[in-house]
Ligand binder design. Sequence first.
Ligand code: AGP
Length: 608
Amino acid sequence: MCGIIAILGKSAVATALVDALKRLEYRGYDSAGVATLEDGVLTRVRAEGKLRNLEARLAEHPLHGHVGIGHTRWATHGRPTEINAHPHATGRVAVVHNGIIENFRELRDALARDGAVFHTQTDTEVVALLVDHALERGLSPVEAVCETLPRLKGAFALAFLFAGEEDLLIGARQGAPLAIGFGDGENYLGSDALALAPFTDRIAYLEDGDWAVLSRSAVTVYDAGNREVTRPVSLIPAGTLLADKGNYSHFMAKEIHEQPEVVGRTVAHYVDLATGTVRLPEEVAIDFAAIDRLAIAACGTAYYAGIIAKYWFEQLARLPVEIDVASEFRYREPPLTGRGLALFISQSGETADTLASLRYAKAAGWPALAVVNVATSTIARESDVVAPTLAGPEIGVASTKAFTCQLAVLLALAIHAGRVRGVLSAQEEQELVDALVGVPSHMTKVLARETQVEQVARDLAKARDVLYLGRGLSYALALEGALKLKELSYIHAEGYAAGELKHGPIALIDEAMPVIVLAPRDKVFEKTVSNVQEVAARGGRIILIGDAHAAGEAGLAGETAVVMPEVHPAVVPLLYALPVQLLSYHTARVMGKDVDQPRNLAKSVTVE
Ligand code: AGP
């Protein structure tokens, strides 16, 4: 998932292109590049690795053009080298691309038969050559792009720059997101509102199949049928998008510490504090009494929030729930019959597999509810109902505050469903809402004891493999813990349902294997304690996350423990997520890893 930016400016655009790429770097940081017109000549500067390498190159080879395109890459086809870095160009056209051209081999072979010479291993180069060939045949830039787009299969957001065309940019979208920014005598294209925020607050999102022709004074949008269309312009105040680290060394650390505030804000949006009841925002109009099934699909951390939601909806509302990773849901082709609701969870709202699952459910006639953090995202725009998380921009690639805000929304929805389906009494609702409202202050207490986790992390940093165990609501948190440690420290970690231990993974247990056990005081606490005993019996190194009495009751006095406040079992995942996040953060920090931009990852996965 790459980041794209294009600017038709009134002055030199190279610096503005790079600044915009900095805000897109969470999408990929394998290489970066820009191209501008220098006296009408297409001129590129590219560099392998982080954006700072491109900045160093531009310092040596400054660009002065007033129109340009830029790209930060997450490599899909071809190694992350300078030669494979975007923009890809001929003497006539330069292009930047986010997505995958699935039929690039076929196009490549056809072009090669026509004598085309390829210099890169990328799929994108075929786009540049197809347009170039059309220009060579005398077509205008607009005609050349119009002819080329229907030949491309797969997902793509593209921006084109043409030699000699000082007042022209062309953009196209199929699957991967692309937005137009409207300026005053300037116009822009960008992968999302974050990229365009410093330039303008007037943004329009292209829909699938759209392409747009931009000059400094006009923007024309065409749909897949080449009919001229207009797309709604949203006003997005820049302040809501721009984020900085404040006095934290990493965005992830800042976002972990923002959780009491943003979870509080999210909870307040879904509950009536005066009556201690759930009061869904007007826009979240769902009649849970009118549905018999809930199907949830999501990816990564959002998928783990979905597993926890399954437990809540089934236990608190007796609503049957099926849950899938979205990349399986879309191809499993579940029979979505009867009175059902499809629920999609996503921080970015742009994850390709989750978006495709949403389209599958809608095609089957099921209403789609989305829990998203980016209100202007494609998933939000294509859903029937949007239940927003109010976490604010999440920049760190590892999802933290978006996860706990997702949990807050999902628990509020499950409590509401329990009420309207006559499963929960008013008193039970009040008890649960009180517990939910109390989470932010408990979070503050846990964050105040961060040092206890830091000590454990120093030890964990020496491990080769780590196991996470949990039961019930903590099972999905064990999976999330393992994901966080993997994606940040690159230590191999696995999360397991504690009851599954003796069916295989217990064979891994020895003195070298840290076993992190989530042991809140809930109805399966005793069962978890017996699993802990099984690990202890094999000499495993247990790290217990539980309340003050847990270690003693588990006969682990003196063992490593992260002591947590005692809370209502239903809100345990929101609170126990913090030590899980802090452990992975400090372990990676101690190991000197790039916490905010872990290798091989990107914040929003817009390709399959
Ligand atoms: C989590 O830390 C990862 N960044 C990743 O697993 C993420 O949760 C997944 O890609 C889903 O992203 P989304 O919530 O934006 O859809």
